[in-house]
Design a protein around this ligand. Structure first.
Ligand SMILES: NC(=O)c1ccc[n+]([C@@H]2O[C@H](COP(=O)([O-])OP(=O)(O)OC[C@H]3O[C@@H](n4cnc5c(N)ncnc54)[C@H](O)[C@@H]3O)[C@@H](O)[C@H]2O)c1
Length: 314
């Protein structure tokens, strides 16, 4: 069983991943901002929370000095797809400089494996492909996508110059338990949040934009498979491999909840490329993983969890 250091484990993806990896028998150190440790894990014997900021080198040194790790999972990001130049510029210490410090600390710690969360929805950009494979052209159109690509390149460089094994993962659009219902990211969760508040759902554009949606448990199990795998210095898309338009998603949501609080269509934004679907054959072949949660069932499950466990979504 592996000793994992999860950077940014208190967020949506991290908290789900911690649940899955604890169940798999790994020991987890979660490094995240002070006061963010998810309550449900605090009493678990194989879980430890180390508070700190990624952009503070002394905090990073502190967590790497605590014990040897087998694998780092890097989830921290201060940007979202709609972030502009000012956010990108102000947060470069979190987005780029910290990667150099992570690699340096890994070398000192003896840890040789890092799984980095890039973005399947933004690094390919408008590259003219209907389905994106890992080897396709990378044409990000947002500072978020550009920042992900820059970190991907830094990790590839680190593997060439140091004895570091990187796995870059490019997730599509995850949804599910623990996602912020009232945030700026995640169509399915935000739409369900609006319905919960009896408010209309706001959509950028005419609803024809197509995305690849993946249930968070499928994403967490994909990462768990990569933690166990012997793959080295590879890039993996993680998605469902199937596209749905925004309007199709809204139909499913109205159908599942039995509620329709209205939809407001707003002018489309340049960041919203028309089509993004990920090819997932590589991950399936290399690890045996495959998505298991059907979209309609996944949305129904999320809606049920929102009623039963509302504090998970605040
Ligand atoms: N959610 C998505 O739709 C999606 C899709 C593709 C890729 N990703 C990527 O996956 C990763 C995780 O996404 P998420 O949705 O769980 O994000 P999230 O915002 O829910 O979690 C990020 C975590 O990082 C922590 N963090 C932020 N700045 C920090 C800092 N300076 N020091 C220490 N911790 C800090 C936050 O406290 C939070 O717990 C991100 O890199 C994101 O870009 C997310």
């Amino acid at each position: 069983m592996a000793r994992l250091l999860i950077l940014g484990g208190s967020g949506f993806i991290g908290s789900n991943l911690i649940g899955v990896t604890l169940n798999a028998g790994h020991t987890i150190t979660n490094f995240d901002r002070p006061g963010t440790s998810p309550d449900q894990f605090n009493a678990h014997i194989a879980y430890r929370f180390v508070p700190g900021y990624l952009n503070d080198n002394s905090h990073l040194r502190n967590v790497f000095n605590q014990e040897p790790y087998d694998c780092v999972v890097h989830l921290v990001s201060s940007l979202i797809p709609s972030s502009g130049y000012d956010e990108f510029f102000n947060d470069r210490d979190v987005n780029l400089t910290a990667c150099y410090e992570i690699v340096k600390n890994m070398m000192n710690n003896g840890c040789r494996k890092i799984i980095y969360f890039s973005s399947g929805g933004t690094v390919y950009g408008n590259n003219g492909k209907e389905i994106n494979h890992e080897s396709d052209d990378l044409c990000p159109q947002t500072y978020y996508g550009y920042s992900k690509l820059a970190i991907e390149e830094f990790l590839k460089f680190s593997s060439r110059t140091h004895d570091i094994n990187h796995l870059i993962v490019r997730p599509s659009n995850p949804y599910g338990s623990g996602q912020n219902l009232f945030g700026k990211q995640g169509l399915i969760s935000v739409a369900l949040g609006k319905i919960l508040q009896n408010q209309p759902i706001e959509i950028w554009g005419d609803g024809h934009v197509i995305r690849d949606y993946l249930h968070i448990s499928d994403l967490s199990h994909a990462i768990s498979a990569l933690i166990d795998s012997k793959e080295k210095n590879e890039v993996f898309n993680i998605g469902s491999g199937v596209g749905h338009s925004v309007n199709q998603i809204l139909d499913i949501i109205h159908n599942v909840t039995g509620l329709n609080t209205g939809v407001v269509y707003k002018p489309s934004r340049p960041v919203d490329i028309p089509l993004n679907i990920l090819a997932i054959d590589k991950l399936k072949q290399k690890t045996g993983w495959q998505p298991r949660v059907d979209l309609k069932n996944g949305i129904a499950l999320l809606w049920k969890e929102m009623q039963l466990n509302p504090q998970r979504f605040n």
